[in-house]
Design a protein around this ligand. Sequence first.
Ligand code: GTP
Ligand code: MG
Length: 202
Amino acid sequence: MEIINASFVSSVADLAKCPPPDKPEFAFIGRSNVGKSSLINMLANRKQLAKTSNTPGKTQTINHFIINEHWYLVDLPGYGYASVSKTLKAGFGKIIDNYVLNRENLDCLFVLLDARLEPQKIDLSFLEWAGSAGVPIALIFTKCDKLSANELAKSMKRYQQVLEKNWEEIPPNFMTSSETRRGKEEVLNFIDEVIRNSQENK
Ligand code: GTP
Ligand code: MG
């Protein structure tokens, strides 16, 4: 699948203000600075559709983009950003918790993980939380351009070993880079497949 057109719909601070849940929807979540907004731009072939920044905590609202006039990509705030973490004690943030648990047309939540890092506690607990709530999840490893093939293979193995402990079956996963566009086709084909399957099941 190619993204032919992509445009901004809304930026809201609350699930209730999101667009009507009448289209397939795919959202991106992960720690601040992991590369959510950059990935959306890479998939959509647009430099500044979603706003990116070197400073963590850039995206603070729920941002909907309509793709090919038919489905939504959603840029979410990061979890685990230091200055807001005090308010996150009970969960991952009110906006995130409410959206993730209650957005009825959410077909897949892509959880982004930095390919360079060892599995981080906060990511593992987010995955466990969302997984046990029955949210459909896929994993996206970001910034793969920053590792050699050898380092990347090692890091993937480490993630696999840790994830196997909690997951009977590891969710679909993709190695990506917003710099080199690695993984673009794979992620878009996956989205296409999910949309087709859900239409068939209706
Ligand atoms: P918040 O909105 O703050 O939660 O961050 P975010 O997850 O949306 O991250 P964003 O896309 O703003 O990217 C953060 C920084 O990482 C920026 O400086 C990006 O240029 C850089 N970055 C993102 N993806 C990649 C990638 O695949 N490779 C490299 N080398 N840098 C990346
Ligand atoms: Mg962002």
